[in-house]
Design a binder for this molecule. Sequence first.
Ligand SMILES: [Zn+2]
Length: 193
Amino acid sequence: MTAAADLPTTTSPVTPAPGELEFVRAFVNTLDIEAHTERLADPASWAKWAAEHDLGAAATAADLREARALRETLRQALLANHDRAPLPAETIEALDAAADRSRPALQFSGRGSHLVPRGSGVDALFGRVVATVAAALADGTWQRLKVCASDDCRWAFYDTSRSRTGQWCSMSICGNRAKQARYRDRAGAREQP
Ligand SMILES: [Zn+2]
């Protein structure tokens, strides 16, 4: 269990992930499980989200189905990050398919190389996700990107705790809720003969 001392106490509930990883976090959070809002529901809702992230608006219903499927396999990977587990097989398959479809370009610089997304709309989205996940896996920031341990939340957050053991999107909301649930369970157990 997370020691209270490891948790940031004064930061806002939403600590942005570094660089482009924040984009991946935003992508995973296009579905708000608790509020029942889906920003990739249809081409109109997508167009609004795409504009906020400088992606072209072109997307068919089939594209959005693919995008939602990729997003949910990423959510599984972010859950696996709590255990520092490798990428789940379905996530690997979805990322491979996204890379194959969007074909980001490999660009060299003086000290290395990176992937550059191409195209627009869902292709640009996939290219950006693929490039960012690849870079984050390489630099070690990936394992800090997680989804909230609460099943009815699963909001993506960046774990800034020193020990990398953060469980909740927000200690003041989900963390306290979990604590109260445990307290109720214990209280309930005591009442049972
Ligand atoms: Zn949460």
